[in-house]
Write a protein of this length. Structure first.
Length: 355
């Protein structure tokens, strides 16, 4: 039985079309115009009259019969409401899929605000401050924007990042390993919000550098699925709407990036201007290669540049695919215990604040 997408005129229609094809669902696209975005991309596309046209129901009934339509996906609120009423009035044996776009947006927003309300106390607890450093609207906004960017940092980790950066000293904010920029966005927002300093991301986006030699073979195979040029472009695309004048990226392995950072040579933003780094670090997020030797070297290189009171975020301290971050983190907690003011784990990452 076929699913009819009507009207196939927006991104929601295209998204449904793509997922329907992936699950081999028979799908038909229709709209009340000769050519539209979804129709151009659809392999099977027909034109229907406007829902306000006197001939609409006759043409619609004929299409349902001819193409064995059993389900209807309406990504436009007015059409969704019209079809819901028509199906009920005429007792048509059609399944109208999902909610109207308006109902969906209202519910999504309420879920987001409920999530922000749940996580805001944790943001405060992570900061150690007497009052929450961010309003619920800000927490919701950061979570909402971060969710649009592909990444593996979950909401709990992002909430902890919000809290910890609220108490970081002014200084550079560094990220080793950025993928497509989810955590980089949070770092950039928080660095601006609390006037910490510019953000520097370091990621070579290269297969040889990202392969986890200590991990199971399946993880290595997954790494090979990436188009690394897409990764590189993706980070800049995701940060571009936020005018990242205070962010630069070094497409280098961690050691080479560290050498350039310490050398004091110019580091330029995507737009071409020089970003003024202090060359001392207020917060560092280490999320590069997770092999024990690689994580150990990242900490050995970058941690001496931390300012007093700085935060280390060591990702995947709890990780199913290897123990490199945990071994390095445990060694740090044991041998530098006197230097550590606070430490906790959230969202699989280890957060450490130095005295």
């Amino acid at each position: 039985m076929t699913t009819l997408i009507f009207p196939a005129v927006n991104r929601a229609a295209l998204d449904y079309l793509a997922t329907a094809r992936q699950r081999n669902e028979p799908v038909l696209s229709a709209a009340s115009m000769a050519a539209d975005q979804a129709g151009v991309e659809a392999a099977d596309y027909v034109q229907l009259p406007s829902i306000y046209d006197a001939d609409f129901e006759r043409c619609f009934d004929a299409l349902v019969r001819e193409r064995s339509v059993a389900r209807l996906f309406c990504p436009v609120s007015t059409v969704h409401q019209f079809m819901r009423k028509m199906i009920a009035r005429r007792g048509l044996p059609l399944q109208l899929l999902g909610q109207s776009p308006i109902e969906q947006q209202v519910q999504e927003h309420r879920r987001l605000m409920a999530l922000a309300a749940r996580l805001r106390p944790f943001v405060q607890a992570s900061s150690g401050l007497a009052e929450a450093p961010l309003s619920m609207i800000e927490v919701a906004g950061v979570l909402r924007q971060a969710a649009q960017i592909y990444g593996e940092s979950n909401d709990d980790k992002l909430a902890a990042m919000m809290g910890t950066l609220a108490t970081a000293p002014a200084g550079d904010v560094i990220e080793i390993g950025s993928l497509m920029g989810r955590s980089a966005f949070v770092l950039l927002y928080m660095a601006r919000r609390f006037k910490l300093g510019p953000v520097l991301t370091v990621d070579p986006w290269a297969f040889d550098e990202c392969v986890q030699s200590d991990s199971p073979e399946g993880l290595k195979e997954v790494s090979g699925e990436w188009d690394f040029e897409v990764l590189g472009q993706g980070l800049h695309v995701h940060l571009a709407p936020f005018v990242p004048h205070d962010h630069a990226h070094l497409r280098l392995p961690s050691r080479a990036g560290f050498e350039q950072y310490c050398a004091g040579t110019d580091i330029r933003a995507q737009a071409g201007h020089v970003v003024d780094y202090e060359r001392r670090i207020g917060c560092i997020h280490i999320d590069g290669n997770h092999d024990h030797a690689a994580v150990r070297e990242d900490c050995k290189l970058w941690l001496p540049r931390l300012k007093p009171g700085a935060w280390l975020i060591l990702d995947d301290y709890v990780w199913d695919h290897g123990d490199g971050p945990r071994r390095v983190g445990d060694d740090l907690l044991q041998h530098r215990a006197n230097d550590i003011e606070r430490a906790f784990v959230s969202g699989k990452a280890l957060f450490v604040k130095f005295r």
